[in-house]
Design a protein around this ligand. Structure first.
Ligand code: PEP
Ligand code: MN
Length: 358
């Protein structure tokens, strides 16, 4: 297998296909109609489905693999299938499935990821690892490291959002920062976004897909079904091959770097201004912490507690107000001011401890 699908490329990589393989006809018709759109590089389908609650459709099992092989013969599309253990890997290798992926519920379990990695040792297999369902960057990076450690090189990370409790716009909150942190830690790893599992419904797909393109993801994985409302799993988020084509065609693929010299120098000038402001912010934060330590020493000498709730509520409200006057969202100001306040408390705790140690 000389080919590497996960090499950085000019155009995004498009992966599409049903959440689950259900029947031979469904697999073949989906593959043919997706292939006809000209907007697909790889055909995906779930064969074994890890379901949150028992009783839901748990996948057709290995008898679905020959349907996929047939779809590949008809369309030439390489295949991607989810694996959750060594036995799944074995079945896939036997059927020459081109690409495997580790699902979000499996990434949370280092034993399972290691078992899959060990089953692939010595092969040249393509494998993608989805983010774990919980927002834990290390678990995601750790999963990738387990694959690297057995010598696999054709690797991709899939960002599919993180589960949470509470009011839902998304089925899985994107928390884009975690995907960006992954990219920062492993810049050479191919990054795919999965809008289907982030959104959980078909209405938000285009918005999330566009954002992924604007954040320079290398590709998309989107679920597509011939009769989405009748799908045996994830019905609400699937779209027909034709709607899928419209979605891909509607995406704006922007330049990764400026084409033109004036744009480039303008961008550099603005970036230099940002660097100056970042330095100032850093300097101000350091000065603020210095003051916090002085206050800490004063409180310690006066035998006063660190957290003065009234003072905290007062500054918190003041900043939310000021922020909104300056066009900064309440969510952003809340995060920033809480982080600053937290650090001030930590610094003061250290000052208090110094006294205890003496
Ligand atoms: C899937 O891709 O169908 C799937 C089960 O996804 P996830 O692991 O992201 O939930
Ligand atoms: Mn699915």
């Amino acid at each position: 297998m000389a080919n590497n699908w996960f090499q950085k490329r000019e155009k995004p990589l498009w992966i599409a296909g049903p959440c689950s393989a259900e029947t031979e006809t469904q697999v073949l018709e989906t593959a043919i109609r997706l292939h006809r759109t000209g907007k697909i590089d790889i055909l995906r389908a779930g064969i074994w489905k890890p379901r949150t609650r028992p009783g839901a459709f748990e996948g057709i099992g290995e008898k679905g693999l020959p349907w996929l092989v047939k779809a590949k013969e008809l369309t030439g599309l390489p295949l991607a299938v989810e694996v959750a253990n060594a036995e799944h890997v074995e079945h896939c290798l036997k059927h020459e499935i081109d690409i495997l992926w580790i699902g979000a519920r499996t990434t949370v379990n280092p034993f399972a990821v290691q078992e899959i990695a060990d089953a692939l040792r010595g092969t040249d297999q393509h494998i993608m690892i989805k983010n774990p369902i919980n927002p834990d960057l290390d678990l995601w990076l750790g999963g990738m490291e387990r694959l690297l450690n057995v010598g696999l090189t054709k690797l991709a990370a899939v960002h599919r959002g993180f589960s949470f409790f509470g009011e839902k716009i998304y089925r899985n909150r994107p928390q884009w920062q975690i995907a960006i942190d992954f990219k920062t830690a492993m810049p050479d790893v191919f990054m795919i976004n999965d809008p289907s599992h982030i959104c959980g419904n078909r209405h938000l797909l285009a918005k999330v897909a566009q954002k992924a393109m604007d954040l320079n993801f290398d590709g998309l994985m989107i679920e597509s079904h011939i009769t989405p409302d009748e799908a045996w799993s994830d019905a609400a988020q699937q779209i027909t091959p034709e709607v899928y084509a419209d979605l891909i065609n509607s995406l704006i693929i922007r330049n990764t770097s400026p084409q033109d010299r004036t744009v480039k120098s303008q961008l550099e000038r603005l970036r230099r201004e940002i660097d100056i402001l970042d330095d100032e912010i850093m300097h101000s934060l350091a000065s603020r912490m210095q003051l916090a330590r002085e206050i800490g020493a004063y409180k310690r000498d006066q035998n006063m507690i660190i957290l003065q709730s009234e003072r905290w509520i007062e500054i918190f409200q003041k900043y939310i107000e000021r922020g909104s006057q300056n066009g900064l969202s309440e969510e952003f100001i809340t995060q920033i001011i809480k982080a600053i306040h937290n650090e001030s408390i930590e610094q003061q705790v250290r000052i208090m401890e110094e006294k205890i140690e003496k």
